[in-house]
Write a protein that binds this ligand. Structure first.
Ligand code: FUL
Length: 474
């Protein structure tokens, strides 16, 4: 038997460490729920309620309960279409500004219980939670704090009532809700008064029962409004924000900051980009022919999911209580387009050359194995690292995808993409700023087999867990 020299044996632990070491996090990092939320990428917003029947965008609060009377409500149809459209979760407006509750809210007498729909025994939240569970979708809720119906609105009593309404929804009857959408809108109630919202009470009411819920508002704490209702994040989009001293609504930071986040933000509060598939948030007959085109939806997708935000696409059911065929068909076409583009990563099989690696475990090839938890990390001080892909053969591509491994913090400030020019020298075809969870960059179509990404600036060594090349026929 050959003996292994003692020196070799004593070096083994160091060798092992060199292979398995991973970098330390930089700055704030997402919680587990925030990471799961970010991975959902795209959810449906569902605006539904008395406005569906009145044609108003903001109901007055004086509508008769009987106005809400969908002729053929079918939440399974919503869930089925959402699932087939490649969507992961649905967020329903369980109460909009008009105050009407789509569940038998115990602290209100302006609810489905007081309506003639299903003889007052209906509960949209319950039907939706069953449909989502069957379809493997997550469900979230929007419950407007602004209430134009509740006589207590404008008094401290209203905060308690609103908190109780939140508890009745998050208490378990509707399963585990993945997101709670707090609208910052704060108008006048029926008495003409506005409300001073008790945000800490509201947050506590949800989190004490449902600690994993991601709380949306202009300033988080779970995720933030992106600063516009067009579905576009900033080209620069940090998941971090300095939210101290700000409140949702009128007390929120300027919209430009919401769009871009703060590079040195103290808290992890990623952006959610909300937009409606139609001009309005609620369904209207007159907008059946104004459903956004697939090209428009793709631009939104690149401007939100492709810029490190989660997209919340509103699809409002009509008066039957189902998605209108125009919206459903568009959702399917949108899915087909995404599948056609992203179905196959053209970078597959490429050889990866990196300027450095943090350890053997963090090598470049990891970016191509489509696992989120395996990544390439550059060496500790290599904050302007580069990597090169050499494809097995010439391929035509027009989209570059980069994914940062955000559990170790969002790091990259800017990067450039090069391909060989006519003379064989590298020539820059695109530059970008932040990357984050997922960055998609449209570039002029390139046919070739080599591409180089240069990280121009990063808070610490860049860590990327995914790179993709795709082609889009435009
Ligand atoms: C806003 C509301 O006023 C709109 O009606 C809509 O619900 C949108 C998503 O949020 O603040």
């Amino acid at each position: 038997m050959r003996r292994i020299p003692t020196l070799t044996l004593s070096l083994l632990p160091f060798f092992f460490l060199a292979c398995t070491r991973t970098p330390a996090p930089v700055g704030p990092v997402p919680t587990e729920s925030q990471l799961e939320w970010q991975k959902m990428e795209m959810n449906l917003f569902v605006h539904f309620g008395p406005n569906t029947f009145s044609g108003l965008e903001w109901g007055l609060g004086t509508e008769a309960e009987d106005l809400f009377n969908p002729s053929d409500l079918d939440c399974r149809q919503w869930a089925d279409i959402a699932r087939r459209a490649g969507i992961k979760g649905l967020i329903l407006t369980a109460k909009h500004h008009d105050g009407f509750s789509l569940w038998p809210n115990p602290v209100s007498n302006h609810t489905v219980r007081e309506s003639r729909w299903r003889d007052g025994k209906g509960d949209v939240l319950l039907e939706l939670s069953e449909a989502c569970a069957e379809a493997g979708l997550k469900m979230g809720v929007y419950i407007s704090p602004w209430d134009r119906n509740d006589p207590a609105y404008g008094t401290p009593e209203y905060n308690e009532k609103y908190a109780e309404a939140l508890r009745s929804v998050h208490g378990g009857r509707y399963g585990v809700l993945f997101e709670h959408w707090f609208d910052g809108a704060c108008g006048e109630g029926p008495s003409g008064k506005v409300q001073k919202y008790d945000w800490p009470l509201f947050h506590e009411s949800v989190l004490s029962l449902n600690p994993g819920a991601v709380l949306f508002s202009d300033v988080g704490p779970g995720c933030r409004w992106v600063g516009n209702e067009r579905g576009f994040a900033g080209e620069t989009n940090w998941c971090t924000l300095n939210a101290d001293g700000y409140t949702p609504g009128a007390g929120a930071p300027p919209t430009k900051r919401l769009r871009q986040g703060d590079e040195d933000g103290r808290y992890w509060i990623p952006a959610e980009a909300d937009v409606s598939i139609r001009p309005g948030w609620f369904w209207r007959e007159s907008e059946n022919d104004k459903v956004k085109s697939v090209d428009e939806l793709m631009d939104i997708y690149f401007g939100s999911v492709g810029r490190n935000a989660v997209l919340l696409l509103n699809v409002p059911p009509d008066t039957t209580g189902q998605f209108h065929p125009a919206d459903s068909a568009r959702l399917m076409e949108f899915r087909e387009r995404r599948d056609r583009i992203f179905g196959k990563n053209l970078a597959e099989g490429a050889r990866v050359k990196t300027s450095s690696s943090f350890s053997l475990r963090c090598r470049g090839k990891n970016m191509l194995d489509s696992r989120y938890d395996r990544f390439w990390a550059a060496a500790e001080k290599d904050t302007s690292a580069t990597f090169e892909l050499e494809l097995p053969k010439d391929r035509l591509f027009s989209i570059v995808e980069l994914k940062e491994y955000i559990p170790l913090g969002q790091r990259i400030r800017s990067f450039a993409v090069d391909v060989p020019g006519e003379n064989g020298e590298w020539s820059t075809v695109a530059e970008g700023t932040t990357v984050g969870y997922r960055r998609l960059l449209r570039i002029p179509p390139v046919s070739g087999r080599r591409i180089r990404v240069r990280i121009l600036s990063s808070k610490s060594s860049p860590i990327l867990c995914g790179v993709g090349l795709y082609y889009e026929d435009r």
